[in-house]
Design a protein around this ligand. Sequence first.
Ligand SMILES: NC(=O)c1ccc[n+]([C@@H]2O[C@H](COP(=O)([O-])OP(=O)(O)OC[C@H]3O[C@@H](n4cnc5c(N)ncnc54)[C@H](O)[C@@H]3O)[C@@H](O)[C@H]2O)c1
Ligand SMILES: [Fe+2]
Length: 401
Amino acid sequence: MNIFKKAYCRIYQGVFRLMLPLLPYREPKILKTNEEVASLLKAKGKQSVLLVTDKGIRRLGLTKKLEEELASAGVGLSIFDDVVPNPTTQNVSDCVKAYKEGGCQAIIALGGGSVMDCAKAAGAMVAKPKKSLKQMKGVLKVRKKIPLLIAVPTTAGTGSETTLAAVITDSETRHKYAINDFPLIPRYALLDANLTVGLPKHITSTTGMDALTHAIEAYIGRSTTKHTRQCALDAVKMIFENILKAYNNGSNLQARENMLLASYKAGVAFTQSYVGYVHAIAHTLGGEYNVAHGLANAVILPYVLKGYGRKIYKKLWEMGVYAGLFAESASIEEGAKLFIEKIEQLGREMNIPLVLDMIEQDDIPSLASTAEEEANPLYPVPVLYTAKELERFYYEVKNGL
Ligand SMILES: NC(=O)c1ccc[n+]([C@@H]2O[C@H](COP(=O)([O-])OP(=O)(O)OC[C@H]3O[C@@H](n4cnc5c(N)ncnc54)[C@H](O)[C@@H]3O)[C@@H](O)[C@H]2O)c1
Ligand SMILES: [Fe+2]
């Protein structure tokens, strides 16, 4: 990247970094039971609520207990269960329609990141009926309170229950983009590990690797605070300690609970300290080929970490020591390489592929350019790349190193 563009990116990131303590970040209040959700809605005088979810989750009966609890509390319920993975602009408009038709006053999003993001974006459209989603793409474009939103994650996960982002895919162009603004941070998050015990193995592994990617990208970025570094370190440690347990025995409730908490903490870390090129690349693959978000991150992560090289050795070493992956006596370089190896080992033990061969060579220049636009200048990545330089990662992810 040329020196002027580099300077522009670093100055832009520096301004955001200086503003960080002044920005209205908040964390959702954590709820533990369906009863708490029902009494909260009653206490706030919400008589009618929209439950946003997807068909798979509904079929599994995961919404049943909450539906019953709301019914017995006398809270009126409308249900929108058409969200698809990598939720689309069409999903969001349909969701808004259901909200309006139901005369709803609040939203409960029960599902993975796709459901939570669709609900957040729908909330933004309710708050800003004259603006299209596309017009709210980017940073600080919502600027208005959205309806009361309670997030109930069923994957661990995206951390969307605590972040200011909603990631949406344009139904027509397949362009995947984020809307980032403070009103999108859910007011409440219900963390109930029982909802995640039935997660299929491949979703446990890939969504868990998404959370790991959040923590790592936040930690190696240049815009961290003491709090976000601590959250990221805790998340990395908890994920290394629990992901295989949850993967190998889905009903290990303690491991499930720890993964939910880890995903939440990783969310707190990256919503203030950003993600990086792994996510920017993953979003293009999710948009273009509908690759599941966690899977894309899981495959891309080791390639990008290796690409950053020495610049991140110290931070990788710190995370590895904190997570107890090797002794403090390991040299910085040795530790950094071991840390990446441990990630690759997790991938192998959970049957995550090494490559994503659906990437079409001809698509690479435009995908790389979209990833570059998402990342620069916003993400305070350890090494800055141009679109041309990013192409290399697409080839690596397509063919292997
Ligand atoms: N807003 C943010 O901060 C943020 C952060 C990271 C990712 N994302 C976005 O989140 C989306 C991915 O979310 P995700 O990884 O949670 O997956 P998802 O929500 O797309 O769900 C994947 C599949 O898992 C199923 N599922 C979910 N919970 C289940 C359960 N408990 N039991 C059985 N099946 C279950 C769903 O029905 C779906 O078929 C992507 O669009 C990604 O871009 C958002
Ligand atoms: Fe993610």
